[in-house]
Design a protein around this ligand. Structure first.
Ligand code: CMP
Length: 143
């Protein structure tokens, strides 16, 4: 009997250097080819406060300051992806955090330059996906 995954939503961020390199179309083509649909999206520049809060879980890590500086260095695209098992699916399509460890054909392997410039962020659990989506989108934007 095959396992049926639940329909889920997850948050995806296309990071500053990827937006600047014009990779949005290629990234979203890979996400869509993997069975995910973009149901809401917005381009914006994160403020320092927003970046600090969004990545608060990493605040004790040595890379936190650089991460906040990088994520506020240019425009990002925040988007909500929907599909069966979307949280895990998105993470599979993105590949490992470090592009050097990401599998063949994944977004980070194809386009990532370093563990910091790794092209995309994706929620790591359904619980975090709900919180991260609510961080950027109101109910009325999510039909
Ligand atoms: P992301 O999925 O956006 O979540 C936190 C980010 O911190 C991660 O992707 C990386 O881009 C970034 N980062 C920078 N340095 C490190 C590191 N040494 N270990 C893990 N994440 C790092």
């Amino acid at each position: 009997m095959s396992e049926v995954s639940e329909m889920e939503r997850t948050l995806s961020i296309i990071k500053p250097d990827a937006v600047a390199r014009g990779l949005e179309g290629e990234v979203n083509a890979l996400l869509e080819a993997g069975g995910l649909r973009v149901v809401a999206r917005r381009g914006l520049r994160l403020t320092e406060d927003q970046a600090r809060e969004f990545y608060a879980v990493h605040r004790e890590r040595p890379f936190y300051g650089d991460l906040v500086r990088y994520m506020t260095s240019g425009d990002v695209v925040v988007q909500v992806l929907e599909g069966e098992g979307a949280v895990l699916r998105n993470r599979e399509i993105m590949g490992a955090t470090d592009p050097a460890e990401a599998g063949e054909g994944t977004i980070r392997r194809l386009f990532g330059e370093s563990i910091e410039r790794n092209v995309v962020h994706g929620s790591d659990s359904l619980e975090n996906a709900r919180a991260e989506i609510a961080f950027f989108f109101s109910e009325s934007e999510l039909k």
